[in-house]
Design a protein around this ligand. Sequence first.
Ligand code: UD1
Length: 417
Amino acid sequence: MSKLLIQGGKTLSGTVRISGAKNSAVAIIAACILFRGETILENVPKISDVQILLHIMEQLGAKIHWLNEESVSIEVPDQIEYSARYEEVRSLRASNLLLGSLLGRCGKAEVALPGGCDLGPRPMDLHIKGFSKLGATVETKNDYIQAKADHLTGAFIYLDFPSVGATENIMMAAAMAEGLTTIENVAKEPEIVDLANLLNSAGAKVRGAGTDIIKIEGVPELRTPHHTIIPDRIEAGTFLAAAAMTGSNLKLENVISAHLNPVIAKMRESGVIVRPNGSDIYVKGPNELKAVNVKTLAHPGFPTDMQPQIMSMLTIANGTSTIVENLFEERMKAAPELCKMGADITINGNIATVHGVKKLHGASVMAKDLRAGAALVIAALAAEGETEINGLTVIDRGYYQMEEKLAQLGATVRRVD
Ligand code: UD1
């Protein structure tokens, strides 16, 4: 199993280019099922989640061709399979997004119950309710979700919670349904807007993405779009936290700073200097971080995908911080590993109390999920001595060339296979 060895305690400097957004890329790749012919996607992060999803698309009959390191051509033939097999789907939560696009395109879909990061229970009830409202019959059988409909018809759908995946899945299924679909209490994440932009550039009629209500007027056919995926706000946030913890001066390129507002607000409260400038962000870590309180919420609240990284940052802040995790039950897995590095964190249900310490020290730790792994990487950069981070495959799911990017900034980091 691969591990990362990081010699900490160094200040970083220079420029880092942020890759395309993982969560946009997976939704947008799944949406390509809806388009007959060749779609070109730019700014695609070549991370393992994306590669696995592209492989599943190939198994469904699509032709995949990387045009360069970050552009991919996806050609979907007239006839495609509607069943995504168990083995690959199990390792990727986002494969559930194939349900909406397959249902929209083929009128039937069969996708194994998805895997991905173990963040606690991740039900699919909102997705299923949405498909049913559009006229599909949905069943869960032998670890597969099966959906079928002779005819999808627009409907009014209210989501009990603004779920990102359910919003995306219903948008895709509704894009070619007959008539108007109105979805209320939808997710407002930038990735939803990116998906709506892709669908609209293919000829769909999606209005309201980024607000609480999305309206979709179904169309009989969609064209093949050419689309550039938005930058990854979570990767950018992770580098902001790395700069903050190591007292470094960094420039982040290829960012949309407005997508990072909730993260930037907390960074500034903690004493970090953050200066957005066009598609760049300049960040300067302070001599001493201040404790802050954080609550994760659906967008535009503080993103749960940045919670482990800010927890890591606050381990060396002056004072006591409280972190409340409101989205996922098992999202505090970085805490015990950070404690091995000298952090002082107490967990009580979904609340973490972080008492800042002067310094972290190197240790042998395990990346238990994607963002917990990122939290350990940035902690290791700030820690005294060497940290060994095991379980790298989870970090590779969502960060493109993490160690190369860090090495370019002056970090002493080495992958050992
Ligand atoms: C997406 C992101 C993930 C991020 C999460 C929350 C992708 C590929 N992943 O995941 O990185 O952490 O949004 O911002 O985009 N829920 C239900 N029933 C459902 C669906 C969700 O109860 O049918 C609940 C979940 O248990 C969770 C909350 O809604 O508590 C948010 O989940 P959701 O927004 O659906 O997350 P994902 O789309 O899985």
